[in-house]
Design a protein around this ligand. Structure first.
Ligand code: HEC
Ligand code: HEC
Ligand code: HEC
Ligand code: HEC
Length: 117
């Protein structure tokens, strides 16, 4: 009985994970008109972050989902983004993690991110 329960719980957790993965695009285009759009492998990055969504989505969910970064971080740096522009927010978070881990495009490798999508 115990074994069957474990199997059922494992199945439920797998199905939940698949459900989350299906609700969000695996690969996204982050629009950057002046420097070139950035291809972002969201699904792969969930793995790079050891499944910890809050490594990137640092504000709580609203209506059961995470908000886009640019809801708060805009080109001008509005108050609900703490005055942090989208450029600073992305560069700090993306390149910051790559630097820390020694993997992925580093800050000076502009075109490893820009112009890829
Ligand atoms: C490595 C960073 C990172 C991790 C980890 C991450 N995300 Fe994201 N996520 C992003 C970025 C960047 C976007 C695009 C935001 C934008 O377009 O402004 C995004 C977009 C989304 C969106 C779409 C928002 C919309 O309205 O289109 C959802 C939903 C989402 N993520 C959920 C999750 C969940 C759930 C997890 C954990 C299982 C997760 N994310 C892990 C960086 C990440
Ligand atoms: C609900 C609004 C909101 C959303 C959504 C949001 N942020 Fe932020 N972010 C803020 C605020 C406000 C600050 C200022 C510090 C604080 O209050 O946490 C901040 C600070 C930051 C910082 C620190 C900047 C610095 O100079 O130290 C980074 C990096 C960052 N955000 C990246 C992101 C990324 C990337 C996303 C999307 C995955 C995102 N933020 C989503 C509101 C938001
Ligand atoms: C939690 C840490 C972390 C964050 C945050 C993060 N990355 Fe990465 N990224 C990685 C790692 C680790 C790799 C390298 C994986 C490998 O080479 O095996 C990587 C690789 C990449 C690559 C190379 C191709 C690929 O998809 O593997 C690109 C492009 C990239 N990241 C863009 C971004 C962008 C854009 C952001 C911000 C929206 C971002 N990353 C945020 C950890 C992170
Ligand atoms: C790790 C990936 C990555 C690297 C490396 C990177 N950028 Fe970015 N950059 C981004 C992302 C993601 C955005 C924000 C896109 C958005 O707002 O949706 C951005 C935004 C910008 C913007 C804001 C203007 C616009 O059109 O939205 C400029 C300018 C820019 N980057 C220039 C550079 C330069 C110059 C370098 C090299 C010194 C560089 N970037 C390196 C990912 C990167």
């Amino acid at each position: 009985m115990k074994k069957q329960l474990v199997v059922i719980l494992v199945l439920i957790s797998i199905l939940t994970a698949v459900g989350i993965a299906l609700a969000v695009s695996d690969v996204m285009t982050l629009n950057c008109p002046t420097k070139g759009n950035v291809k972002f492998t969201h699904a792969a990055h969930i793995g790079y972050a050891a499944n910890d969504c809050t490594k990137c989505h640092h504000k709580p969910q609203v209506n059961g989902t995470y908000q886009k970064c640019d809801t708060c971080h805009t080109a001008t740096g509005q108050p609900n983004g703490g005055g942090v522009t989208n450029k600073t927010a992305f560069h700090k978070q993306c390149a910051g993690c790559h630097k820390k881990l020694g993997k992925g495009p580093q800050m000076n490798q502009c075109n490893a991110c820009h112009g890829t999508a």
